[in-house]
Design a protein around this ligand. Structure first.
Ligand SMILES: [Zn+2]
Length: 171
């Protein structure tokens, strides 16, 4: 059975980012024991990921790269914002220990009231630099993986737009 919209796909993969001079950096390793499941056409993954897997069958392997603009978008310097350290003194007038370590995720609410996540980039004196870019923004991605199984989605799964059962949603 080949992967197309409406199939439930189980796959193991390793995800790397590639620097401009094609140096690899490991981001995530999803093994065959605990594979990723997705409903083709509804995965929420970059469309190019699905396009590269469409037409493959169980046991097939894959290896491809996705440009930043087709993955998690470009890196925008405008998404890096300075805040006063005063804002983070939320525990008895102090910044909680370890709260502003570079790389730490910090929840924010934007002007529309939506929750967004920033990450601490650096702290310079009393200025905290927060990066609201996706952690993989501006990065070229490289996926290497193997299809473990492909099956038809149940009518209920199609209705919900996600996979049910082991590795999927439980209601
Ligand atoms: Zn469901």
């Amino acid at each position: 059975m080949k992967i197309s919209d409406g199939k439930v796909v189980s796959t193991s993969y390793t995800l790397y980012t590639l620097s401009p001079d094609d140096e690899f950096e490991l981001v995530e390793e999803v093994g065959e024991e605990e594979p990723m499941l997705y409903l083709a056409g509804h995965s929420g993954l970059p469309p190019q990921f699905e396009e590269n897997l469409n037409g493959l069958s169980a046991e097939d392997t894959y290896n491809f790269e996705i440009a930043p603009e087709d993955a998690f978008g470009e890196y925008y310097d405008d998404n890096v914002v300075d805040f006063s350290v005063e804002m983070f003194k939320i525990e008895d007038g102090k910044v909680p220990a370890g709260f502003l370590e570079p790389g730490n995720p910090i929840p924010f609410t934007n002007d529309d009231g939506a929750r967004i996540q920033g990450r601490v980039k650096e702290v310079i004196d009393d200025k905290v630099v927060i990066d609201f870019n996706h952690p993989l923004a501006g990065k070229k991605l490289k996926f290497e993986g193997k299809i473990i199984s492909v099956r038809d989605a149940s009518p209920e799964e199609m209705d919900h737009g996600h996979v049910h059962g082991p590795g999927g949603h439980h209601h």
